[in-house]
Design a protein around this ligand. Sequence first.
Ligand code: UT7
Length: 325
Amino acid sequence: MRSKIISTGSYLPEKILTNKDLEKIVDTSDEWITQRTGIRVRHIADKETTSDLAYKAALEAIDSANVDPLEIDAIIVATVTPDMPLPATALFVQEKLGAKNAFAFDINAACSGFMYALSIADSYIKNNLAKKILVIGAEVLTNMIDWQDRSTCVIFGDGAACVLLDATENEDEGILSMKLHSDGKYTDLMIVEAPGSYKPCSKDVIDNRDIYVKMKGNETFKMAVRHIVEVSKEVLGDVNMEFSDVDLMISHQANRRIIESVGRRAGLPAEKVVISIDKHANTAAASIPLALDWAHKNGEIKKGDILLLNSFGASLTWSAGIIKW
Ligand code: UT7
């Protein structure tokens, strides 16, 4: 038994913040942001919650597969920005969809969250615990951003995207292999210190701006390129493939220069490297499914194509997967 993506869906909030708009908020420029990151716009959720975004992405995937919500066995939401600490965001998505027969939960592996969720769903399917599973990456990151910090506020955005997995007996399609890694030595590279058991909610944590993302961007950048290349080689090795077998690489969209650098090291031509960061910025767990959905809708993925997915996130998580479409 293998798991196969039978449809995709995505949702980006209507409100857009351009690089030019950011020039009025912090000391930055459209030119710097475009050249250093590849980002042109980011979407802002405003009053919508993470589960609102996740629901809309999931609905599109369900509708395009012509599946009844009652057929959904499980819903996994990968997010670092849940609606609230308790209950899980996935339960709000379940209720909004009317997916009464599903079990639902969230996972947090930062920007690798979608990949970790995909691997969990893949295991459920292989072990016959579930068949139709919604794997969603959804974030409202713009509430967690320090709008006074130009090194972080220009790179993040809000959004959600989803894949619907189903079981297939065809051994020649679907998720062929996945590799996951993490390293707790580098938790300070990208961190939101509060509120939590480490620093419970208080006026102090708000005054100290501990509720916002802090990131050592340059160090993270270098580690990202190295780890993504290594884990990609590892997962390709698992299925006796090489970079030359890959038809399309879909990476976490953190920075255009990271993705292009990985593409160059892998020897992949530009047309085999999906870049969608210009349209939605870094949306953490939502970014890989957003790029996948964008490539799918754009007709870039054909039946039988070998997709290499890879991720890197706080701090540190990294992963890769091979999918035969
Ligand atoms: O999502 C998963 C984890 N995150 C990532 O993978 C993100 C990885 N990191 C990055 O994408 C990049 O490091 C950034 C986009 C965050 C920063 O780009 P960089 O090329 O690494 O810049 P830098 O931090 O080395 O800073 C270079 C200069 C500095 O000025 P000086 O010291 O050279 O005068 C910064 O102060 O750019 C300055 N700078 C800015 N200038 C204009 C930093 N942010 C900005 C800004 N606008 N928004």
